[in-house]
Design a protein around this ligand. Structure first.
Ligand code: GCO
Ligand code: MN
Ligand code: MN
Length: 386
């Protein structure tokens, strides 16, 4: 009943189920899998897509011949399993060269290298079928604001994205960019910290129509923000090009837990939003299993992400169909049409009508808002007793 199907567009990164359990305090707890092994693992659990950073697939120091062999093997694994590549991205954070950022580094040679590395990674992604290209600027930031002028850094960031958009157009690639905001980690302060910042930045680009956002649950939760509200902002702006699903409590370090595992009520509202508006992009799980897991448990983790999404999708449909919910929502949104003229925007007539209206503040303040009842029903649907 909660079986993942291709139409659900569930994808995972090579780096997610391939995570070996390294953390700042400890060494890996799992042996590394090859990209081909990861594709087979994803097929086994029923995923639809696999995403990758350039160096998840091709090591940074691979020769051109090694690259070609890796790509051939990977394509064969995709063909054998039916797994597709919806998204690709660049690793602009692991190598020491990016210790002070990539596109926003203070060193022009590092900025140029980052641009060249991204051009090559875009070619690789497109060769494998990607139509979305993600930019997560994990090292684009500061620890001390004595070190970088934020205006200058954002100008460099803008110039890099503009250059890459122009490259994609020049090549005739069918590729859109999605900026992924994050407030901190690994940098003390990362540029473009929230969905709202990214949306504002996009409006300043040369080709804003090519660039959207890739919001991630954990990143907004780290900042204590309401993720669904950020996603709604992006959707309303026509910019929800991709989404990174995972979970974590507010105020923690970047934990990347299994989707829905920490704040299921928030996850419910997110899934309900995506399904209600008919979001058609990838449902990408940017999460990883506990460090204590072996690969059997990693499969349980991956299956759990998809299963929870589908359970919450069913709960959202149950919520929408619940007669008492419908009745409460109808009462809450009751509208006798008196003020529908305001929906037409400003006009002299609307202004005159509005000015001529007397309002009974005390009566308006008495309006019934049975929100406790509605929220309790939501909870009971989620808890499975309704
Ligand atoms: C993180 C980010 C990354 C990006 C990835 C793809 O917190 O490390 O979420 O996992 O999503 O680099 O751009
Ligand atoms: Mn993340
Ligand atoms: Mn992410």
């Amino acid at each position: 009943m909660y079986e993942p199907k291709p139409e659900h567009k569930f994808s995972f990164g090579l780096w997610t189920v391939g995570n070996v359990g390294r953390d700042p305090f400890g060494e890996p707890t799992r042996a590394a899998l090859t990209p081909v092994q990861i594709v087979h693992l994803l097929a086994e659990v029923g995923a639809w897509g696999v995403n990758f950073h350039d160096n998840d697939l091709v090591p940074i120091d691979a020769t051109p011949a090694q690259r070609d062999q890796i790509v051939r093997d990977f394509k064969a694994a995709l063909a054998a399993t039916g797994i597709v590549v919806p998204m690709a991205t660049t690793n602009l954070f692991s190598d020491p060269v990016f210790k002070d950022g990539a596109f926003t580094s203070n060193d022009p040679a590092v900025r140029a290298y980052a641009l060249q590395k991204t051009l090559n990674a875009i070619d690789l992604g497109v060769e494998l079928g990607a139509t979305t290209y993600v930019f997560w600027g994990g090292r684009e930031g500061t620890e001390s604001d004595s070190t970088k002028n934020p205006l200058e850094a954002l100008k460099r960031y803008r110039e890099a994205i503009n250059f890459l958009c122009a490259y994609v157009k020049d090549q005739g690639y069918n590729l859109r960019f999605a900026l992924e905001p994050k407030p901190n980690e690994p940098r003390g302060h990362i540029f473009l910290p929230t969905v709202g910042d990214a949306l504002a930045f996009i409006a300043t680009l040369d080709y804003p129509e090519m660039v959207g956002v890739n919001p991630e649950v954990a990143h907004e939760h780290m900042a204590g923000l309401n993720f669904t509200h950020g996603v709604a902002m992006a959707h309303a702006a026509g910019k929800l090009f991709h989404i990174d699903l995972n979970d974590q409590l507010f105020g923690r370090y970047d934990q990347d837990f299994r989707f829905g595992s920490m704040m299921p009520k928030q996850a419910f509202h997110l899934v309900k939003f995506l399904e209600d508006v008919g979001y058609t992009g990838s449902r990408h799980f940017d999460a990883h299993a506990f460090r204590s897991s072996n690969y059997e448990d990693v499969k349980a983790f991956a299956r759990g992400c998809m299963r929870t999404y589908l359970i919450l999708k069913e709960k959202a449909a149950q919520f929408n169909a619940d007669p008492e919910v419908q009745q409460l929502l109808a009462a809450i949104h009751a509208d006798d049409g008196t003020f529908s003229y305001l929906g037409g925007g400003y006009s002299r007539e609307a202004l005159a009508a509005l000015r001529a209206t007397g309002f009974d503040r005390a009566a308006l303040a008495q309006r019934d808002l049975p929100y406790e009842r509605l929220d309790q029903i939501t909870l009971e649907i989620l808890l499975g007793v309704r």
